[in-house]
Write a protein that binds this ligand. Structure first.
Ligand code: F6R
Length: 605
């Protein structure tokens, strides 16, 4: 969701900015633009649609010379995705241009004030107030004007700003929106995330909320919110550049599905030492915890839904899963005896951040399970466990989800041991299964060569049902989300036992029903539901273990899953469903890595 980049150095800025924006494409956007300072002016070029259009319009950046600039990919919130609403936005006097990621909540009142003072607005965006405020406060000191303008803003913002009076300077400000500085030699960069930086430098500075940084080719100076210079630590970016490239696959999503065994291995291996799970830096007083609340959005929430069963079963502590967008406004019953588990691949999801802060305010300690190092959630949590999945570029999460779930399994076993709710034999048995998960995920990838054929059969269906019980239901939730978000087929998940209470009315002749049957405590029950929907004409694609002859004879089609204990099976069971969604979307000619209307990192509410 919105990406920003900036450059100051000796190279022509526009091609650097275009490359950076291309790396941020995966975040999701509908228009884009650049501003470059040159010869006392700021040249701005903006387009609706893809960066390829901007490359064409600027002849790969050659038409806008200059060594200092900012760029933006916009995911429309205030105002339609048009050239005019695209960023950068310029001040009326043409001295300043701004790119912005986030939302200015008080923009209406600021806009009215600025209109009264005679400022002219070109766009419908919330962002435009920022650049006019800067112009209003400018009295020859660029940094001072930006600080004064920022102090008027309420909301979330990562800003990049250029000024004709300081032609080699870029100012950036961060408040509740991701922003990372790239430290180069004779050149410096900023971007919304490290994928846009790694081609140039591995040295990064992570800005905190309220901080402002001044970038020139030879220096970066950071200031706190009162304008005092501060010294920041330079961190090393460890993500390797190939991990952010397709590596021979048609799509990032397929690559990321395929690399899940390796990602889950990377999640598990460093955390098992001498036959014990070791969660460094997690010293939670578990005896003080009387309930666990898991909160997240989208797929991360569904990972929580699956993990809940394992934690509850092993630790005997009540666990609830809450959508972060609901929890934040729910006046939740949370106190210092609540452990909050926060799941987020990006670590920047606005609703998840807000829910976490609200629960911390009420006394809960927050354990974050996050992929992006140094992200807002990782930093604001009381304890953080990284998933170590590497960069996830496809908008639809795959390895993000499975590694989150893996960390929940690690936590469940670790906490059960600490609480004494698991005996040594069961701990050892489950730990052995946990270690085998990468191998089992690989088996799940290998044992379903028929999925592209199944996709050919099912891709034209207007809707699909995903049914299951218990852990299978949790997997059905994620399976259906994967299907709808990338193939645009209306797919819904239902607890199989609920069909009779209404939903079965929707079954028509030929309605595809994906039936998940990997949890042996409820398989027989789900099989009864299969019989019921088949009796009404449904076409059933069952997901089950190979040796379950009864299901094989009942279902019209099969997807196989290697046999894994039900407490840890969801992480394996989801893999063929991701592949199914991928191949159905491919049959339907969808833009798989960048589905319409979606953004990778949902940094606004
Ligand atoms: C779906 C998907 C989203 C995210 C959700 C939370 O494929 O990717 O539903 O899971 O937006 O994102 P994070 O995990 O970054 O907080």
């Amino acid at each position: 969701m919105c990406g920003i980049v900036g450059y100051t150095g000796t190279q022509n800025a526009a091609p650097v900015l275009l490359d950076g924006l291309t790396k941020l494409e995966y975040r999701g956007y509908d228009s884009c633009g650049l501003a470059v300072v040159h010869d006392g002016c700021i040249a701005i070029s903006k387009v609706t649609g893809r960066i390829a259009n901007l490359r064409e319009k600027t002849e790969d950046g050659r038409l806008i010379p200059g060594v200092t600039g900012i760029g933006h990919t916009r995911w429309a919130t205030h105002g339609a995705p048009t050239d005019v609403n695209a960023h950068p936005h310029a001040s009326n006097d043409g001295k300043f241009a701004v790119v912005h990621n986030g939302i200015i909540e008080n923009y209406m009142e600021l806009r009215e004030e600025l209109l009264r003072k005679g400022y002219r607005f070109e766009s419908e965006t919330d962002t435009e107030v920022i650049v006019h405020l800067i112009e209003m406060y400018y009295a020859g000191d660029f940094r001072r004007a930006v600080m004064k303008a920022s102090a008027r803003l309420v909301g979330s913002y990562a800003l990049g700003i250029v000024c004709t009076d300081a032609p080699d300077t870029v100012l950036v400000v961060r408040e509740a929106s991701p922003l990372i500085l790239g430290v180069g030699v004779g050149e410096n960069f900023f971007a919304s995330d490290v994928t846009a930086l790694v081609a140039h430098t591995r040295n990064a500075i992570y800005l905190e909320d309220g901080e402002l940084a001044e970038l020139t080719p030879d220096a970066i100076q950071v200031y706190d919110c009162s304008g005092h210079p501060i010294t920041k630590k330079i961190s090393r970016i460890t993500w390797d550049i190939q991990a952010a490239e397709k590596g021979g696959y048609d799509h990032f999503m397929l690559k990321e599905i395929m690399e899940q065994p390796r990602a889950v291995e990377a999640t598990i291996t460093p955390r098992i030492r001498n036959g014990e799970i070791v969660l460094d830096d997690v010293n939670i007083d578990l005896d003080n915890v009387n309930k666990i609340v898991i909160t997240a959005c989208g797929s991360a929430y569904y990972a929580g839904c699956a993990g809940k069963y394992t934690i509850e079963k092993l630790c005997r502590i009540p666990v609830t899963t809450e959508l972060a967008s609901e929890l934040r406004y729910a006046d939740p019953l949370i106190d210092e005896h609540t452990l909050l588990i926060v799941l987020s691949q990006s670590g920047e999801t606005a609703d998840t951040i807000a829910a976490m802060k609200e629960c911390q305010r009420r006394g809960a300690k927050a354990l974050a399970i996050v992929n992006v190092v140094g992200s807002t959630i990782a930093k604001a949590a009381d304890y953080t466990l990284y998933t170590w999945a590497g960069p996830e570029i496809a908008v639809a999460t795959t390895k993000g989800y499975t590694t989150q779930l893996t960390v929940l399994y690690l936590f469940a076993l670790y906490a059960a041991k600490a609480l004494g709710t698991i005996d040594a034999k069961e701990y050892k048995r489950l730990l052995t299964i946990l270690r085998s998960l990468p191998k089992q995920m690989q088996a799940a990838l290998d044992m379903n060569p028929a999925i592209p054929e199944l996709a050919k059969k099912y891709h034209g269906s207007p809707s699909m049902f995903f049914i299951g019980r218990n852990t299978d239901y949790a997997v059905a939730l994620e399976g259906a989300l994967k299907m709808k978000e990338i193939s645009y087929i209306h797919a819904e998940s239902y607890a199989a036992g609920e069909l009779k209470h209404g939903t079965i009315a929707l079954i028509y002749e030929g309605q595809p029903v994906i039936a998940l049957c990997c949890n042996d405590t409820v398989t027989e029950k789900t099989m009864s539901n299969i019989v019921e929907v088949k009796a009404r004409g449904a076409e059933v694609l069952a997901v089950a273990f190979k040796d379950n002859g009864k299901i094989v004879s009942l279902a019209d089609d099969m997807i196989f899953v290697p046999k894994v204990d039900r407490l840890l099976c969801p992480v394996v069971e989801i893999v063929p469903l991701q592949l199914l969604a991928y191949h159905v979307a491919k049959e339907n000619g969808c833009d798989i890595d960048k589905p319409k209307n979606l953004a990778k990192s949902v940094t606004v509410e």
